[in-house]
Design a protein around this ligand. Sequence first.
Ligand SMILES: C[S@@+](CC[C@H](N)C(=O)[O-])C[C@H]1O[C@@H](n2cnc3c(N)ncnc32)[C@H](O)[C@@H]1O
Length: 275
Amino acid sequence: MSDQVEPKKYWNQRAKEYGLFSSGYLDRDYYMWEEEIRKRCVYDVIDIRLGMRILDVGCGVGNWSLELASMGAEVVGVDFSEEMIKIAKRRIGKHPVNFVLASVEEVELEPESFDTILCITVLQHILSDERLSAAVKNIVRACRQGGIIVVLESCLEKDTSSHLSSYQILRSKRMYIDIFRKNGAQLENEKCVAFFGRISLKLYGRLYNLVYHSQYNDHLKSCSRTQPERARLRGIGPRIRKLILTLSKPFDYHLSSLSRHFDSCDLKLLSFRKT
Ligand SMILES: C[S@@+](CC[C@H](N)C(=O)[O-])C[C@H]1O[C@@H](n2cnc3c(N)ncnc32)[C@H](O)[C@@H]1O
């Protein structure tokens, strides 16, 4: 259990600090931009039908669960963070969701009881490979034959993995594909998520650092600048960033309807069918 204590503590703390915004990036503008692209990618691979059963694994504060319930699905959301589940339960409105406090590795789910299962940025937070195996086994077992499992996670084309922090691991795409296949679910679709937005922001960030950052630091150090000048220097980044995201959106929207993958895209959607 010890390898789970730290991540759980982290998510509880995050929920206490950021409430409704704790499930995604802390940079809210970017989060809301990317969430739109994520939705287009996910809804391109699943059909929501009235009364269908959906399991939302690592549901956080319930964003996906509540939206899916409002579309007519019967949703179960599972998360191991008490604080996340507390917030999610408070948000239940006229479209009820069954929020369950449990880890995905250990939650007891009826076999073959879900038509669709979503794992949106959650497997990347299960640090140990043993726990990941237990989680995937549980997920595939709970999915009905012919059902779809959507996995949207950061992962790499190359066959290495690295710990990004005490609560996140970047695994290879191959590892996710193999582990699902081993448990009886075959890869059916693959998409790059928010590829253009992410890659152009990365390139812009490099350029910005190169051109402005050292200059900006020098200005701050010398303390010779007035407040408005400092603000202007700081403001260059966010404004251009917003413009980049606006320009990237149509390209990422288009990509969300295609099955394409690029090596340099580190956020991927993999959809599996249980056979
Ligand atoms: C990045 S958030 C994503 C939340 C949600 N899927 C979304 O996209 O809005 C990751 C969530 O996974 C949960 N989580 C991490 N490891 C888990 C585990 N082993 N079992 C259940 N939930 C877990 C965390 O508590 C957190 O709420």
